[in-house]
Design a protein around this ligand. Structure first.
Ligand code: TYD
Ligand code: MG
Length: 467
């Protein structure tokens, strides 16, 4: 039996203290001591554990190692499986993070129920809600499978005892911030508890070959349980995100030892739980008001999948010396850069304008290929000229006003053509591209692109508009 004691370790310098202190006596940093469990595991048993995890360390020729060895368990929703890289890997520890109320518990209860129905026993450890509350939720979602077990245990040691005794095929721990280890003196949810709890779950997952999914609430700053240390411990990190009062939820991979992290899964909240959306572009464009100025359609690439999204821009006169720049779903600094280029290179002066940009549907766009659509939506609102409803805009904007190439342009435009778009404005390409049914305009600069999208600038009416 391994002996253990707890120590407080400074996260800055690594010095160990026997008791909690506000300031590290070694390096002098404040609030950096975190409680750790120090295990006296014999070197032999530690070595044996490593051997189990890695399958032995003896060198072997790369070409003698069988490929594609990872088997995967099916999960509810293709969209979820895609983000996981094809399904759950046995023995993996998966973290699903997100703000409270975003739908993590719902997604996992649906997944556990699906697993119980189609694969094997699933154990849902809910330290946050009572078994009765889970039952109510399941009833509401019409779930009642036989092999789904619910435990509202908060003591992690006891919960792990249940896992060990029952050996289910899938375990959910909801959430890592509400379970605790008795050995530690710090409170549930503290950095020490979360870290040790995750390490303990990692060990049981590997030892028994059971996939374990843990829920982690995200703090206001966007980190799971303070520092990002949880992300280093687990195999897969997914975030469920979306606007609280929008119906769409996006599941995004941040780290994945078994697949790509570019993929996103898109869901809709309904009264009976999450539903997957397999044709996101159609959904994101469904409410488009194509006939008003200030709207442009971008084609972003999320992993392997092009997704069309509507981008709305609005400008309005202001006397405020520091006009507003409000943006939803797009990078604020990127927007500032686009506004500067619009002013300097295109002749769209925005110094006396409040500017609002909104990515419709709660989507967050991280790639610069959406720059052109953002710029065009703003220019469209400012000039009161609309973009034709069958046009998409793709391209990154450079500081000298040039339009820069984007990856996989042909695939993006192909997807747009499938959805009925007939015109595209995009950067020049090295080799000519052809997309059936699509008239493609290559623009070298933002000026040319906006000219192609909106037509020539209207004559200014008042002196006030002159720059
Ligand atoms: P919940 O899954 O409890 O969020 P989290 O575990 O991330 O805190 O969901 C929050 C609330 O939203 C809950 O009251 C149920 C409701 N909800 C729906 O009505 N439909 C849905 O599709 C989802 C995901 C949630
Ligand atoms: Mg929850």
């Amino acid at each position: 039996m391994a002996k253990s004691r707890t120590v407080f370790v400074c996260q800055q310098c690594g010095a160990q203290q026997a008791r909690e202190m506000g300031r590290c006596p070694n390096c002098g940093s404040w609030g950096s001591l975190v409680e750790h469990i120090e295990r006296k595991e014999s070197t032999q048993s530690a070595a044996r554990r490593t051997a189990v995890l890695t399958g032995g360390g003896a060198p072997q020729p790369l070409n003698a190692i069988p490929s594609g060895g990872v088997s995967r368990l099916p999960v509810r929703f293709q969209e979820f499986a895609r983000v996981l890289g094809g399904g759950l890997v046995p023995g993996s520890l998966v973290l699903i993070g997100g703000e409270p109320g975003i739908g993590k518990s719902s997604l996992l209860l649906q997944s556990a129920a699906h697993f119980a129905e189609h694969v094997g026993e699933a154990l849902y450890i809910s330290a946050e809600e009572s078994a009765q509350q889970i039952k109510l939720r399941a009833d509401r979602m019409g779930l009642n499978p036989e092999r789904l077990w619910i435990s509202s245990e908060t003591n992690l040691e006891t919960a792990i005892g249940h896992i060990d005794a029952q050996r289910p095929g899938l375990v959910i721990v909801d959430s890592i911030q509400t379970v605790y280890l008795e050995e530690l003196t710090s409170a549930a949810g503290s950095v020490g508890q979360v870290r040790e709890g995750a390490l303990r779950l990692l060990r049981i997952a590997k030892d028994l070959g059971i996939p374990i999914i843990i829920v982690g609430h995200v703090t206001k700053e966007g980190a799971i349980a303070g520092p990002r240390m949880l992300e280093h411990i687990v195999d897969v990190v997914l975030y469920l995100e979306g606007e609280r009062f929008h119906q769409y939820r996006i599941l995004r991979g941040v780290k994945n030892r078994f697949g790509s992290t570019d993929e996103v899964g898109i869901f809709e909240m309904t009264s009976d739980g999450l539903q997957e959306i397999t044709n996101p572009s159609q959904v994101f464009l469904a409410e488009r008001s194509a006939n008003t100025p200030g709207s442009a359609v971008a084609v972003t690439l999320e992993g392997t999948r092009p997704i069309l999204v509507e981008i709305q821009g609005l400008t309005s006169n202001t006397a405020n010396p520091q006009p507003r720049r409000t943006v939803n779903g797009f990078d604020q600094n990127r927007l500032q850069m686009i506004l500067a280029v619009l002013g300097k290179r295109v002749g769209v002066p925005l110094f006396n304008q409040d500017v609002y940009v909104n990515i419709v549907g709660g989507m967050k766009i991280g790639e610069p290929a959406a720059d052109l659509a953002v710029a065009t939506a703003i220019a469209s609102s400012f000039r009161n000229q609309r973009v034709e409803s069958d046009m998409v805009l793709v391209g990154e904007i450079g500081l000298s006003g040039e339009l820069r190439g984007v990856t996989q342009l042909e695939r993006r435009l192909g997807e747009a053509a499938k959805l009925g778009f007939r015109r595209a404005v995009c950067p020049p390409t090295q080799t000519p591209i052809r997309v059936d049914g699509m008239q493609i305009t290559h623009a070298r600069s933002l000026f040319e692109a906006i000219d192609a999208a909106l037509g020539p600038a209207p004559r200014r009416k008042t002196r006030d508009d002159e720059d």
